[in-house]
Design a protein around this ligand. Structure first.
Ligand SMILES: *Cc1c(COP(=O)(O)O)cnc(C)c1O
Length: 393
């Protein structure tokens, strides 16, 4: 019994690769080679070196003293906000650009919603001098001008998706279309633990450096590798997968996943996939997703762009269904308050995604001696305007 993926990419009943026949050669090439490539010494050496010298790892595991005092428990923050580009996403794009090179690809495509994954992808493409095309919904291009500018400055071409709701899912469709048309020279960098097998497992492995470091750092600080709980916010689920990875099969460590309730679970404006989702297929993977009675994907809503996704990765669907993970949903309002509170208590302005994870302490009580590690997935610079408007700062 394991909570990791099996060879076919299933986590319990979730996962797999439900893809159109025309995409099969691309996905199969990646599937048949990813584990062997990741095991190669030359791959590991370059990956570790870039994580250290370029991304700035290991990121600190910081004991949040004033926050801990306020909530009567021991809270450590895993500082992914200090990664180059300001969030955990770059761990994955560094891994995938090296994978692309090993596969002999010289053209990268990606999809992006808020632009964070687009920026992380454009960054590593600049680093390696590889052509980069980022598909982005036309509406999102308007809403996320600073990230569009960043991608352009990094040398990427940003292509608007003009169909459907002109947001993330339409950008994903465009990227898939591109990949079908360019199967030989192109690698598709997916930004979270979603998509057809092997993406969820591959991305989780690239992000697993987070829990590998937590184990070492906690051993040094507390004399044990195991916290009582690991907490992370879940959009697609990549920062959470990285923070849980080495603890998945260790029942001593509680797993807490935090989703965006938006304006409230029953408000019709929410992204709380575990609470609202039903089994279905999205982006090539069988998982939980928000859908109408006849299976059309529902537009999600959250104040935080990174959690605004109608599905959840198959690892998380299985953690929910099996009861291994405790799932909590947090409203916009509670998240915003928690973000402001962390700024005032610790001098750290978190991304609004991360603020959702911090907000659980208001209602979810822990014991005084519990060690609770919160994955601080990103910094709040990108969200300053939202904080300013919300609090009239
Ligand atoms: C993108 C993003 C998330 C959500 O993505 P996951 O794949 O669920 O981790 C969370 N936090 C930050 C800071 C992000 O940029």
């Amino acid at each position: 019994m394991t909570y990791q993926a099996d060879e076919k990419g299933y986590y319990g009943e979730f996962g797999g690769a439900y893809i159109p026949e025309m995409l099969y050669p691309n996905v199969e090439e990646l599937r048949s080679r990813y584990l062997d490539i990741m095991k190669e010494n030359s791959f590991q050496k370059e990956f570790k070196e870039l994580l250290k010298e370029y991304v700035g790892r290991p990121t600190p595991l910081y004991y949040a003293k004033r926050f801990s005092e306020k909530y009567g428990t021991k809270v450590y923050l895993k500082r992914e906000d200090l990664c180059h580009t300001g969030a955990h996403k770059v761990n994955n794009t560094v891994g995938q650009i090296l994978m692309a090179k090993k596969l002999g690809k010289n053209r990268i495509i990606a999809e992006t919603g808020a632009g964070q994954h687009g920026v992380a992808t454009a960054t590593v493409c600049a680093l390696m001098g590889i052509e980069c095309i980022v598909y982005m919904g036309e509406i999102d291009i308007e809403r996320q001008a600073p990230n569009v500018a960043r991608m352009k400055m990094l040398g990427a071409k940003v292509v608007p998706a003009k169909s459907g709701s002109r947001t993330l899912k339409d950008a994903t469709n465009e990227a898939i279309r591109d990949w079908i048309n360019n199967p030989v020279d192109t690698h598709y960098i997916i930004g979270s633990v979603v998509g057809p097998h092997p993406y969820p497992d591959m991305v989780a492995r690239f992000q697993s450096v987070i829990s590998e470091e937590i184990k070492n750092q906690l051993k040094e600080k507390e004399g044990t590798e195991n916290p009582d709980f690991v907490v992370a916010c879940v959009g697609g689920g990549s920062n959470a997968a990285g923070a849980y990875f080495h603890y998945l099969d260790n029942p001593e460590v509680g797993i807490i996943a935090v989703e965006a309730a938006g304006k409230g679970i029953d408000s019709g404006e929410s992204a709380a996939t575990s609470a609202l989702g039903k089994v279905g297929i999205i982006h090539g993977s069988k998982t939980l997703l928000m859908q109408t009675g006849d299976g059309q994907i529902t537009e999600p809503y959250s104040i935080s762009a990174g959690l605004d996704y109608p599905g959840v990765g198959p690892m998380h669907a299985n953690l929910f269904k099996s009861g291994r993970g405790e799932f909590i949903s947090i409203t916009d309002e509670a998240a915003m308050k928690a973000g402001l509170e962390l700024a005032k208590l610790e001098g750290i302005i978190p991304a609004i995604e991360t603020s959702h994870a911090l907000a659980i302490f208001e209602d979810r009580k822990f014991k005084k001696d519990d060690i609770v590690v919160v994955n601080l997935s990103g910094r709040g610079d990108k969200d300053l305007n939202t904080y300013i408007d919300y609090f009239n700062l």
